[in-house]
Write a protein that binds this ligand. Structure first.
Ligand code: 4AZ
Length: 420
């Protein structure tokens, strides 16, 4: 009978008791869980970033208070040497793959030494945090024992602690001219390209009755630098506000103005001493995409040919449309004699001004960029305010580059008004 032939098959199905099926399902679930757990663990920890702060002493340096000034020649010089030492040490170590960044944050001069405060970033695919900290400490210790060159460093003075991302960002955002890692590609305001969020964190929009009127640069918690001619219509703080960010409307982080300080020698309708300071009613709280630019020392020289960047929401061409997003343009400092030639500005460039752009034209600041920053990165990639957008014959014309107020010429005036 065919039914009898079927019986063994039915019997064999019946041979899996329910407990075995449950056990099997549980087993499969356990393996799945393990695989997902391991995946999540490795993927998540792979991207984990660790931040550290620390300090060490550099010996046999006579006391010099210039080390305390973050923009001084002495401070930048010593910091650069120490930063190179750190990069070399980490890049030739066995944790070079985990190394991301190391910087000198401040130098504190003492009687016969300077204490360097450092800031480090690493990533770690493994999860043992304390072991990574100790390995970093060992590498720094070794580096400090190696007194190559003229510096004597004290390995016994080394301190290193892990800090949170929030604290690490606070430390960087309180220093002038730093910015988060950005792509080094600046394309060619007239002939420029759109800026990324946080790329020019000191750029501000000065607004008259809520509408963008001029650029400005954040130089301290309550102070901005801009052009005097931006106040031709009004310098009444009641009509003025300041905002930040890359999108000009709606205003991001609106701030109110307490006082406008226009340079005493500025004359309406003329171009000299086109400088003004804006004092806000309240401090700006620095964040990744809003913080101050460095001011150069009065003695600093920015020679012709140096690459600089101008940023702003000014018109894209003379009497043209204005952009919604912040624009940047990479240009060069132009020799004042060349800029004063007959074909160019015929002697109208005085030594408190500087020309930047190209004699061939095309890439330039334009209407609405006035008051905004012209900046230059030093060898440590710290950004300095070199110029303030002031005037020019139209925009991007041949032999008519943009003319800027030379910030070094007004460095002492700025200090006298702001204490910065
Ligand atoms: C202006 O009218 C203006 N090309 C600003 C900058 C330049 C020209 C004009 C420079 O505000």
């Amino acid at each position: 009978m065919s039914a009898s032939k079927l019986r063994p098959v039915i019997a064999s199905r019946k041979s899996f008791p329910p407990w075995m099926i449950i056990l099997g399902v549980l087993g499969v679930l356990a393996i799945l869980g393990l695989v997902i757990g391991l995946l999540v663990h490795f993927l998540a920890v792979e991207n984990k970033i660790y931040y550290y702060q620390g300090s060490f002493k550099v010996l046999n340096i006579p006391y010099d208070r210039n080390y305390e000034r973050e923009t001084s020649l002495e401070s930048n010089y010593l910091s650069k040497i120490l930063e190179i030492k750190m990069v070399d040490a980490f890049e030739s170590s066995n944790i070079y793959k985990q190394y991301i960044n190391s910087q000198i944050i401040t130098l504190v001069p003492e009687n016969n030494s300077v204490t360097a405060h450092i800031w480090l970033v690493f990533k770690d695919p493994r999860s043992n945090q304390e072991s990574l900290r100790r390995r970093i400490e060992n590498i720094l210790h070794q580096m400090l024992e190696n007194n190559s060159g003229s510096l004597t460093t004290d390995p016994g003075s080394l301190k290193l602690t892990e800090i949170t991302k929030v604290d690490a960002e606070k430390i960087i955002n309180n220093r002038c001219g730093r910015r988060p890692r950005m792509s080094a590609t600046y394309d060619r305001i007239t002939g420029g390209s759109t800026a990324q969020k946080g790329e020019w964190p000191w750029q501000a929009s000065l607004r008259v009755n809520g509408k963008h009127h001029c650029g400005a640069s954040l130089i301290g918690e309550r102070f901005l630098l801009t052009a005097a001619h931006c106040f031709q219509r009004t310098n009444n703080p009641k009509n003025l506000t300041v905002s930040f960010g890359t999108r000009v409307t709606p205003a991001y982080m609106q701030h109110y103005v307490e006082e406008v300080i226009i340079h005493e020698d500025y004359v309406k309708g003329q171009h000299h001493d086109d400088v003004a300071i804006i004092k806000l009613t309240e401090k700006v709280s620095f964040r990744n995409d809003v913080h101050r630019v460095c001011l150069p020392e009065a003695t600093q020289v920015f020679p012709p040919g140096e690459g600089v960047v101008v940023t702003g929401w000014g018109s894209l061409y003379y009497n043209g449309k204005s952009p919604l997003l912040l624009q940047k343009a990479s240009i060069k400092i132009i020799d004042t004699n060349a800029c004063n030639s007959e074909e160019a500005y015929g002697g109208r460039i005085v030594d408190t001004m500087l020309c930047a752009g190209y004699m061939e034209g095309n890439v330039d600041a334009c209407q609405g960029d006035s008051g905004g920053p012209l900046v230059h990165p030093n060898s440590r990639d710290i950004w300095y305010l070199v110029g303030i957008v002031s005037w020019g014959h139209e925009c991007g014309r041949v032999n008519k580059p943009g003319v800027y107020m030379r910030v070094t010429s007004y460095r002492d005036w700025i200090a006298s008004k702001t204490g910065i």
